[in-house]
Design a protein around this ligand. Structure first.
Ligand code: ACO
Length: 325
């Protein structure tokens, strides 16, 4: 009998400090950077984002999301045998944020590691955990996307600093004889490293190179729309499904126009797309888990439904996971 992995609980966490576009525009104006609510809403669909306090790290946001997912699943931290954290804003260079979070959670002893695939991180992590559960290497996994992107934003660059926010999303994934994750598809193309990156690194006790996010927005936009469509089709085909079988598309929450374009190509109406980018901004690896948990808790996403999760981000990386909840 085929062994599946199944999501048995979801959780998320947003730091309390919420900035509307108007709040952010006022802060930026004080530094001589001009933007407006109208521009941000029209080009991105974003209306607000949350920023973590200076002493709060990705592991703290991820911990809150993980606790909430464990509670929803009715699973104790000590039962978890695998923790994967997807993040591009780790607490430290090393050890991994997953190890730091594991200790805070009290799940000491289980396997724990980070996945670095930027905004596709949650899809990568989910897919890896699924594979480990299918082989019997793990039985109960925590998959967490957690980011403090506000730490790597250049607040003098209005083309990027208005786009991102902080937060975390998590799921508990358990071995099951019923589906479960049906198919997944992961890709990367390193020739696009330069279009979305934080090029700096730590060397000899100093930061070398630019330590803040840089992006060619239009190049990212074009690539994102193409690869999301391809990943959706490949993943559906692997499971013998079509877009008509999907109850909900839960894409990475980067920009409403990317989501609209993806839905249009799949011939899915926007009322089958979970959209939280308006309230969260782009939270990178946290965004899909955050969107999923939001929709589970507000009753839109229900047990038994077919979900297509899709991610795309720096690397360039992209991928999709099709699952039955
Ligand atoms: N406020 C006001 N004006 C602005 C702002 C701002 N925050 N940012 C840029 N502008 C101005 C520009 O200076 C430019 O002015 P000009 O015409 O006088 O030169 C004008 O707006 C248009 O700028 P563009 O960069 O051409 O705007 P565009 O329509 O491409 O929108 C955006 C920019 C929103 C970044 C778009 O390219 C996009 O959505 N790209 C996708 C990238 C994305 O979503 N990345 C998220 C991370 S990647 C990921 O998660 C997959």
């Amino acid at each position: 009998m085929r062994l599946y992995s199944r999501i048995t609980g979801t959780g998320s966490y947003l730091p309390p400090r919420r900035l509307s576009n108007a709040d952010l525009a006022a802060e930026l104006a004080a530094q001589g950077v001009e933007t407006s609510d109208d521009w941000i809403v029209e080009r991105t669909g974003i209306r607000a984002r949350h920023f973590a306090a200076p002493d709060v790290c990705s592991s703290d946001l991820g911990l809150a999301a993980a606790r909430s997912a464990l509670q929803a699943a009715g699973v104790l931290a000590k039962e978890i045998d695998l923790i994967i954290v997807a993040t591009s804003t780790p607490d430290m260079v090393f050890p991994s944020t997953a190890c730091i979070l594991q200790n805070k959670l009290g799940a000491n002893g289980c396997a724990a590691f980070d996945v670095q695939a930027v905004c596709s991180g949650f899809i990568y992590a989910l897919s890896i955990a699924d594979a480990m559960i299918q082989t019997g290497a793990a039985k109960k996994a925590l998959v967490i996307g957690a980011e403090v992107f506000s730490r790597i934003l250049d607040f003098k660059d209005r083309t990027t600093c208005v786009l991102f926010g902080d937060g975390a999303g998590a799921v508990v994934l358990e071995a099951s004889e019923t589906p479960g994750i049906l198919a997944s598809d992961l890709h990367a193309d390193g020739k696009h490293v330069g279009i979305l990156c934080v090029p700096g690194n730590v060397s000899g006790g100093q930061v070398l190179g630019h330590p803040l996010l840089t992006m060619d927005g239009q190049a990212v936009f074009k690539l994102a729309v193409g690869v999301l469509d391809e990943a959706a089709r490949v993943t559906l085909a692997k499971a013998g499904k079509t877009a008509a079988d999907i109850d909900w598309l839960i894409p990475h929450q980067a920009n409403i126009r990317i989501m609209q374009s993806t839905a249009r190509k799949l011939k899915l109406p926007m009322d089958k797309v979970i959209v939280t980018v308006d309230q969260h901004g782009n939270t990178s690896a946290a965004s899909i888990g955050l969107a999923l948990d939001t929709a589970v808790r507000d009753g839109r996403v229900k047990p038994g439904q077919m979900l297509l999760l899709e991610g795309v981000g720096g690397g360039f990386t992209w991928g999709a996971v099709l699952l039955q909840l």
